[in-house]
Design a protein around this ligand. Sequence first.
Ligand code: NAD
Length: 280
Amino acid sequence: MAFIMKGTDVAQVKKQGIIKRVEALKERGVSPTLCIIMVGDREDSHAYVKGATKALAGCGIGCHLAHYPEDISEHRLLEEIEAVNKKPEYHGIIVMRPVPSAIRWEAVEEAISPAKDVDCITAQNLAGVFKGDTDVFYPCTAKAVVDMLDHYEINAEGKKAVVIGRSLVVGKPLAMMLLQRNATVTVCHSRTRDLAEISSQADILVAAAGTPGLVGPDFVNENSIVLDVGINMVDGKLKGDVDFERVAPLVSMISPVPGGVGSVTTSVLMENIVTAAEKK
Ligand code: NAD
């Protein structure tokens, strides 16, 4: 049976560091706070806000919800974002996705101040990720994966890494971060041929496809280190992209869902908010 890489353990270690940094900020009179911008009333967005508010509060970080009606115009929303950019009491901004179709997501990305872009959606921060600049905010989930590797002392240098998924939120930035760590990286996607064959050659396999149970026994080898980013609801249960029951007995290390990468993502978000507050 594989060693289980528990994101909850990684998050616990991170929490101690975050709390210390928050205390130091508060001694200086700075109360780190995230502003979540939400348009409309999607149930999943409300659930995210509720979860994030609770998690942030657990580390002493504030969370303000700026909630707008579904029919807000793009122009008005951009004005609101600009106002949040200027408010010194908010150190980080995230915008809940998807926004209504009348609002261009690209316009939202451009409107956020890179200094408050703790989810790394602005072109400036993404360019920094692609350049290997350490002074920008990294996308929380991609960073959570490499932080998991660091926590479990897995050196990516010279290793074959396969990332399944090429989104700008997870797959692409993660591929860049693994390259930066001198891994030899292959990015796979929905049009990749021989996905199982390519995946089975990886030392580090990251599944970020959003397809439950995609990674089966034919995707791995006995030395595989498997990180599952997928978050999928199947029959009311949270499932990853990896068929954990069948894959775990065959590999060297594996992260579960729930309790894996997702648990670390919120910690990375909190670290980014604290960093933004410290930079001010
Ligand atoms: P996305 O839909 O934007 O991208 C999915 C990518 O996977 C695409 O590049 C697509 O080509 C590829 N893909 C889809 N099905 C595939 C298949 N059958 N074979 C090969 N490639 C396939 O999704 P995303 O935003 O990148 O998220 C990916 C997964 O990660 C989702 O399950 C999402 O819920 C989850 N996620 C988790 C966290 C976290 O904190 N753990 C954060 C963000 C997203």
